[in-house]
Design a binder for this molecule. Structure first.
Ligand code: NAI
Length: 295
């Protein structure tokens, strides 16, 4: 199966943590990328974050200045959904809510009847998102991991109606973008967010029982057990709104299985707006790049 040609425009919807990273990956691979968000400030933040990443790569000697300029020039921000009509591939990375994604995809099917449609959802059913489409075979999950520019794994998620040829083309495209894709069917949480859920859940239970602080538990898992990050620093990076929504969706999709019950401690963080790094505070407080226990 051939990857999407680089002459095809890629549209990314949602310029947050994931959308901006995905836009960077597609632009570096040579595609013109239209980056859309309903919030113009989110687009500004997204472009600023991509610019910082590209500058960092240049400083490290991993990208030359001309390629940096060319990549930046391929990124076209927009706040008009209709501007995505010429895209060959549209990747959605907005809020993790089924109805919101369904409404958006129904609109996209009207605006871009020829485009491949892909969702970066962490856990929602691709079958359910596609159920509102006239041609659900055009939709698949294209699930990147955080940070999308650095993490190589991408899950290619097929819903009940996804055309096998489409999943094959997305697999080839992810490979052409320097990623390590894997095929999976649309089950709750797919592979990683299903298997990783107990990692977060048990960490949160240990915390609820008062057995260890976030800092000591993270240090044990990171420095002792050899995980790249402990559960608290990782959920701070992911965003507690996103991580909580994923747990709630996996819990519900598994008919309320106790193993996936969402944490009240994490819910409190969401209610307080302590969403993690992106808000400057979660389990830890962030400022001037420093990570320290939150008060
Ligand atoms: P985020 O909160 O950083 O960004 C979401 C962006 O979408 C915001 O800029 C918001 O303004 C925009 N948005 C929300 N509703 C919209 C709409 N109806 N139309 C247009 N723009 C809209 O969220 P993040 O972390 O980038 O997550 C986005 C998606 O990616 C979610 O489905 C999430 O589950 C998934 N994901 C998140 C990961 C993570 O570690 N944060 C990892 C892999 C997937």
């Amino acid at each position: 199966m051939k990857p999407l040609p680089t002459t095809e425009t890629v549209a990314v919807i949602g310029a947050g943590a994931m959308g901006s990273g995905i836009a960077q990956v597609a632009a570096r691979a040579g595609h013109t990328v239209r980056l859309f968000d309903m919030n113009p400030e989110a687009i500004e933040r997204g472009i600023a974050s991509i610019t910082r990443n590209l500058d960092f790569l240049v400083e490290r000697g991993k990208l030359d200045a001309a390629e940096r300029e060319a990549t930046a020039a391929r990124l076209v921000p927009t706040t008009r959904l209709e501007a995505l009509a010429d895209a060959g591939l549209i990747i959605e990375a907005i809020v993790e809510k089924l109805e919101v994604k369904q409404t958006l995809f129904a609109e996209l099917e009207r605006i871009a009847p020829q485009a491949i449609l892909a969702s970066n959802t962490s856990s929602l059913s691709i079958t359910a998102i596609g159920s509102v489409l006239r041609a659900p075979e055009r939709l698949a999950g294209l699930h990147f991991f955080n940070p999308a520019d650095r993490m190589r794994l991408v899950e290619i998620v097929s819903g009940l109606a996804t055309a096998p040829a489409l999943a094959g083309q997305l697999f080839a495209t992810a490979k052409a973008w320097g990623k390590d894709p894997v095929h999976t069917r649309s089950t709750p949480g797919f592979i990683v967010n299903r298997v990783a859920r107990p990692f977060y859940a048990e960490g949160l239970k240990v915390l609820a029982e008062g057995a260890a602080s976030p800092a000591s538990l993270d240090a044990v898992m990171r420095d002792g057990a050899g995980f790249p990050m402990g559960p608290f620093e990782l959920t701070d990076l992911i965003g507690h709104d996103v991580n909580y929504a994923v747990t709630a969706s996996v819990f519900e999709a598994n008919y309320g299985d106790d193993r996936f019950i969402p944490s009240l401690i994490q819910h409190e963080l969401v209610l307080a707006g302590r969403l993690g790094r992106k808000r400057g505070q979660g389990f830890y407080a962030y400022g001037e790049g420093a990570q320290r226990p939150a008060p």
